[in-house]
Design a protein around this ligand. Structure first.
Ligand SMILES: NC(=O)c1ccc[n+]([C@@H]2O[C@H](COP(=O)([O-])OP(=O)(O)OC[C@H]3O[C@@H](n4cnc5c(N)ncnc54)[C@H](O)[C@@H]3O)[C@@H](O)[C@H]2O)c1
Length: 290
């Protein structure tokens, strides 16, 4: 018995690098998968490869910024496979990155398009998937955020803003629909280099197979090691201290996304303290200080 036997999943941006890899893995573990992408041709190629490998998949054209199209994507999946258990809201308008450079001169259409695809898209995915999951007694939503949500850069302000929006949206959905058995989490990848791009880089470097192996052994974007032990951890910002847990059973028990809870809790406590101070009657000795 595989992990996703009997489950039905939608992966948006399913023709892209991360989406196609996710769709392939879900199908290999037994799920029936809708590969949904703005490019039907590439979605068909991914779904075709899954079917050729013995899995179950269908392709669907969708522009995730279009509410009617997202509703149809969910409805068609339910019609084809009998329900919906998992949605991976993963599509992003990467094609807009070239225009998302300088905030001062950026075309407002670029800003609007990036927000519509990267942020409104996942919201619509949640909106139309939740009622279908509720009918089955629950489900799983995974939104693709990005490390770009947590730091600034000299470009991609629209992109980073949408990913920070995903980080905010996710715990709202998790909290609001936990009672219906719905889990909602976000993944925030760092730079992910597709195998094809690595192969092309290796070929361009000119020393073929050995260079390719080296690229794979020592990924260029391997995250820096975190300091070990409690003293090291105390020096890190609170949000970086959060541990990402991969264990499935632990993830099952945890129905709410925990990103940023470490940062939010102290802020809420500070606000509550300030409110208590403001409500206190003034002391006879004068103001009590900050
Ligand atoms: N690759 C990285 O380094 C990286 C890092 C952090 C986060 N991410 C995130 O991971 C996700 C996948 O990225 P990727 O690297 O696989 O990119 P990709 O460009 O390979 O895939 C994105 C897919 O989304 C599709 N798409 C674009 N607009 C769409 C729309 N309006 N409706 C439906 N589909 C649409 C594209 O056709 C493409 O197939 C994105 O959300 C991205 O922001 C990627």
């Amino acid at each position: 018995m595989s992990r996703f036997d009997g489950k039905v999943a939608i992966v948006t941006g399913g023709a892209g690098n991360i989406g196609a890899a996710t769709a392939r893995l879900l199908a290999a573990e037994g799920a029936r998968v809708t590969v949904a992408d703005v490019s039907l041709e590439r979605a068909e190629s991914v779904a075709g490869a899954i079917v050729a490998a013995g899995g179950t998949a269908r392709a669907q054209a969708v522009d995730v910024s279009d509410a009617a199209a997202v509703e149809a994507m969910v409805a068609d999946t339910v019609a084809a496979y009998g329900g919906l258990d998992i949605i991976h809201n993963n599509a992003a308008a990467i094609d807009q990155n070239a225009n998302d450079q300088d905030l001062v001169t950026m075309d407002l259409e670029t800003w609007d398009r990036v927000l519509a695809v990267n942020l409104t898209g996942p919201m619509l995915g949640c909106r139309f998937a939740i009622p279908r999951m509720t009918e089955r007694g629950g489900g799983v939503i995974v939104n693709t955020a990005s490390a770009a949500a947590f730091y600034g850069s000299t470009s991609l302000a629209a992109y980073g803003t949408t990913k920070a929006g995903i980080v905010a949206l996710t715990p709202y959905v998790a909290t609001a629909y936990a009672a219906q058995g719905i889990r909602c989490n976000a993944v925030a990848p760092g730079v992910v280099v597709a195998r094809e791009a690595q192969e092309a880089a290796a070929a361009a470097a000119g020393d073929g197979e050995s260079r390719f192996r080296e690229v794979h052994r020592r990924p260029p974007h391997r995250p820096a090691r975190l300091p070990r032990g409690d003293r090291g951890r105390r020096r890190l910002p609170r949000v970086r201290r959060r541990r990402v847990r991969h264990r499935r059973d632990a993830a099952r028990r945890r129905r709410a996304h925990r990103a940023l809870t470490d940062g939010v809790a102290p802020a809420a406590a500070t606000t509550a303290r300030a409110a208590r101070r403001a409500a206190r009657p003034p002391s006879a000795d004068g103001p009590s200080g900050p």
